[in-house]
Design a protein around this ligand. Structure first.
Ligand code: BYC
Length: 315
């Protein structure tokens, strides 16, 4: 069958909401786009452990420490589901990790900002996980089967993450003056970077049109960002705090919140590797990879030994 006909059949399948599975025929560009997005997503989960990992040893109580450890551990698990899902597209985990560590692969801009106070744990949970969930709920219906299935599990855990973040801020918002200030300061610092998580404006988004057609994405960057603003603008009132945007205003005509212009120069600067923590994050991942070498070797040796034993038994 000619390539053109194959592509037509492929699109018909997508239009009928039939999931694409690893062994199905797919256009090379569909494979590459999914591999790019899923591996970037996996890297984000893994690098995303760093800002929160920073506070495990300084959590204010045993309970908070246990919750934070569980959350950070969940992020590692999400990375693993996603690397496995990306591997079904023909890459290897080693290759993907090498691309992350060499600086070739992207990960979410948000994790290149520092976590300065305990309130940042709340703001990350509420805003960063909140933004991530909106995007990921849409991805539960993405057209590539292994990615969609990974997302269903991830979303369940993310909703717990967001609630724990909001609850952390709620406690601070009802605390002492210093705690209230810390809460507002964290919201001020994480708000704009959270809006950047959704990616460039639709008019600047190079991948959106094709990804929407292939139903890899179900909503555009701007649509999801607006949904997030509408949600956060209401939730912040429960905290008795404010969002740092003088232009934030309910628009009775559109029935959405209007909001101010994002600093796109800052966004691209961070994406290109020049954000406040880009170097620090990559250095930390490289160090972890090097220090984990003996663990990988030990695991391999153990797996080989087990396999040999099973072969002996079967013989
Ligand atoms: N940061 O054409 P566009 C989490 C890049 S982690 C960096 O709109 P696309 C969590 C984009 O890659 C959640 N780069 O792209 C973990 C593209 O560059 P390339 C992370 C960005 O893919 C731990 C270029 O800009 N979530 O929840 O159609 C603790 C043009 O953009 C960013 C995901 O990864 C950015 N923010 O749409 C707590 C979700 N935005 O590759 C929480 C999966 C854009 O062409 N990903 N770029 O060179 C997606 O849904 C989509 O990839 C995006 C971007 C909506 C992010």
């Amino acid at each position: 069958m000619a390539e053109h006909d194959m592509e037509k059949m492929f699109q018909e399948k997508i239009d009928k909401e039939i999931k694409i599975e690893p062994k199905d025929w797919m256009p090379e560009a569909y494979r590459k786009t999914n591999l790019r997005q899923i591996s970037q997503h996996a890297h984000s989960e893994v690098v995303g452990m760093l800002p929160e990992g920073n506070w495990i040893s300084r959590a204010p109580s045993l309970k908070r420490k246990a919750v934070l450890i569980a959350k950070v551990q969940d992020e590692a698990g999400h990375g693993l589901y996603l690397y496995s899902s990306a591997e079904t597209l023909g890459s290897t985990r080693d290759q993907m990790v090498a691309d992350l560590l060499s600086g070739k692969a992207k990960y979410s801009s948000i994790f290149n900002y520092p976590s300065l106070t305990w309130a940042d744990m709340g703001a990350i949970g509420w805003l960063v996980d909140g933004a991530a969930i909106l995007n990921q709920v849409m991805l539960c219906r993405t057209s590539y089967g292994p990615y969609a299935r990974a997302m269903v599990r991830i979303c369940k855990e993310e909703s717990f993450h967001q609630r724990q973040g909001f609850e952390t801020l709620l406690v601070l918002s009802r605390g002492t003056e210093a705690q209230k200030e810390m809460c507002q300061d964290a919201i001020n610092r994480w708000w704009w970077p959270s809006l950047m998580m959704f990616g460039p404006k639709d008019s600047e988004s190079t991948n959106s049109d094709q990804s929407m057609k292939w139903k890899i994405k179900r909503m555009t960057n701007d649509e999801l960002r607006q949904k997030f603003v509408d949600m956060a603008a209401e939730q912040v009132k429960v905290l008795g705090m404010t969002l740092p945007d003088a232009d934030l205003k309910w628009n009775t005509k559109t029935k959405h919140y209007d909001f101010g212009e994002i600093n796109w120069d800052e966004f691209w600067n961070v994406v290109k590797g020049n954000g406040p923590c880009n170097k620090n994050r990559l250095d930390a991942r490289i160090k972890a990879h090097e220090e984990g070498k003996w663990v990988r070797e030990a695991a391999m040796a153990y797996a080989e030994k087990r396999m040999a034993r099973q072969k002996d038994k079967a013989a």
